[in-house]
Every structure is written in C-alpha cells, then in structure tokens.
Ligand binder design. Structure first.
Ligand SMILES: Nc1ncnc2c1ncn2[C@@H]1O[C@H](COP(=O)(O)OP(=O)(O)OP(=O)(O)O)[C@@H](O)[C@H]1O
Ligand SMILES: [Mg+2]
Length: 298
C-alpha cells in the first residue's frame, strides 16, 4: 500500500480498500490535510464514522494510531506527561544509603526514565519511520482550558518540561480531532484545522458501507436495511441511530439467519437501533402500529 495520497480519487479508492466509504468532500479534506500537513477537525452526529477516519488513516499509512480520549476534567498532565512518583520514591529509598549527593539524585529521578508519556508526548517523541496518526477524540467533552492548551501544542508540536528541556516533534503527526458538537469548540482551534461535517449517509452511501463491512450480505437485504435506516432518521427521536447502529442491526439480523425485513423481526430487534425507551415507544405507537407507514418501511 503506497503511503502517499496522489489525488482525491486515489484517497477515495484507498479508503474503500481499507473498508471505509468516503464521499468526495471528506476525501478532499483528507487529501489536503496530508498535503498541507494540517490537522483535520471532524464534526457530526454520533456513529457517523468520525473516529474510524483516524483508525483507517493509520492503517493506510501503516503507522501507529495514538489516541487521546477527551473527557470532562481532562488536564494537561493526563494528556501530556506525568512523573512516575512511585518509581521516583522507590529510587530515593534505594539511594538513601548510597553516597550520591541530593542534586545528583534529583537529576536522575527527573530524567526521561521516570517520565510517563501520555498520548501527546508520545506523539511528539515518536521516533518511528512514519509520522503517527494522533486522534484527539471527542474534544467537545473536555473543558475550554484544555482546548486552549491543546491549541498551543498543535501550533508547533513542541513542549517544555522544566526538568528536561524543550522537546520538539521530528515528524508532525497527522492529527484528527473529532467532536459530537455537544458544545461549540473555539474558533481558534477550528481555524488551525481543515473542517469537515460528516452527515448521516445517503441511502447509497449506507448501502456501500453495509456491503463493505458485511461482505456476505445479499444486495437486496443490504438495500432494505439502508432504506429502513434512512427513513427512520426522518423521525424526531431523542437519539437518531448512526451507522454503528445500522451495522449492529444488520449483523444481528444475519446472526438470526434473516435475509429480509418483516414486521416481527423489526419489532424484536428494535433495541439494536433505538437506545431510548421513549424512542422505541414512539416508533411502535406512531409508526409500527400504522399499516400504511409500516409498509413504507418494509
Ligand atoms: N463511511 C464509513 N465507511 C465504513 N464504515 C463506517 C463508515 N462510517 C461509519 N462506519 C462504521 O460505523 C461505526 C461507527 O463509526 P465511528 O465509531 O467512527 O463513529 P463516530 O462518528 O466516531 O461515533 P461517536 O460519535 O459515537 O464516537 C464503525 O464501526 C465504523 O466502522
Ligand atoms: Mg467516535
């Protein structure tokens, strides 16, 4: 697998070979991010394939995926580095009876050996042949202070550890930032990145995704599932199903030896696609109990 993106078409082809279906707009962003060495910012509803982009990029470039999962309260030290206190303490104990001066011991325990590298430092210090892919997943879950800190790191991929000095990345990692947009991410961060909003897929795209991910599935059945999901997303649910739900559902149906949708099997497996009791009830009451509407889904 070549490690270059020659054209937008070739990006689409390579992604498809790696079992990821991308439309031209996304392929363009990936192509440009690669050429211009810019981070990619992907936003979209849950389960539309944001995280998977980073996973597939690492696969295509045959390199490591370094993942920073964001959460509320995530701070710089958990994302960058920490000192290994237990190991430092142990070392101090062992040195107690030795002849080393205090300064010397301090120098030892604040050296790289005692550093725990968290994802960002790991990406900066990466010494592999090819730049790694750094996935900063679900940035919207972290606090704004963390975002500001991240902005600094993304600016020049260099950090200063007071006890050690300044470390700079030899190869800029390919950065993929994702957000479910539970809050707006600061413009300054977005400005630094190439932005792309991933929509729910069209019927055709979802059909392609199902066929790629579940190669054994019959065309007709894959079409039926894609059509059903497309229609389902028009309903005002608390949580609309993403592509993950589509694939889970199709897998479940295949495991039940089904190769067509019918009234009963849909009802029995609703839990694969709707994850709120209110949504399931709404679906049953407003759609499934109505013969005409039901027919449109099947
Ligand atoms: N375009 C696509 N081609 C192939 N598989 C896809 C595509 N989009 C989504 N998938 C599949 O759907 C699943 C969900 O994708 P992913 O986890 O990347 O979604 P996400 O947008 O990160 O969701 P969340 O916001 O919940 O984290 C994965 O198993 C992925 O393989
Ligand atoms: Mg994700």
């Amino acid at each position: 697998m070549a490690n270059e993106f020659e054209s937008i078409e070739s990006v689409m082809e390579k992604l498809a070979d790696a079992r990821y279906i991308a439309d031209r707009a996304l392929a363009t962003v990936l192509f440009l991010a690669h050429r211009l060495e810019k981070p990619i910012f992907l936003e979209g509803e849950p389960g539309v394939g944001k995280t998977e982009v980073a996973i597939v990029m690492a696969k295509l470039f045959e390199t490591r995926l370094i993942r920073l999962q964001c959460y509320e309260g995530l701070d710089a030290s958990s994302a960058l580095y920490e000192w290994n206190y237990p190991k430092q303490l142990l070392h101090i104990r062992l040195e107690e009876k030795g002849a080393r001066a205090r300064e010397e011991i301090e120098q030892i325990i604040y050296s790289r050996r005692f550093l725990i590298r968290r994802p960002l430092l790991e990406a900066i210090q990466w010494d592999g042949e090819r730049a790694p892919v750094l996935l900063i997943d679900e940035i919207d879950r972290s606090d704004e202070e963390f975002e500001a800190f991240l902005l600094e790191v993304l600016a020049d991929f260099q950090i200063t550890i007071p006890e050690i000095g300044t470390l700079k990345a030899e190869r800029r990692p390919m950065v993929v930032v994702t957000s479910n947009r539970t809050r707006d991410v600061h413009d300054a961060l977005k400005r630094r990145c190439l932005y792309h909003w991933i929509e729910y897929p069209s019927i055709e795209k979802e059909y392609d995704i199902i066929k790629t991910r579940l190669p054994g599935i019959e065309d007709r059945f894959a079409k039926a599932v894609a059509g059903f999901m497309h229609r389902l997303r028009d309903v005002d649910f608390l949580k609309k199903p993403g592509v993950s739900e589509t694939l889970d559902w199709a897998r479940a149906l295949l495991a039940m030896n089904r190769n067509a949708l019918d009234e009963d099997v849909v009802e029995e497996t609703l839990g694969c696609i709707l994850k709120y009791e209110e949504d399931i009830r709404k679906f049953k009451e407003e759609i499934w109990s109505d013969e005409e509407k039901r027919a449109a889904y099947l």
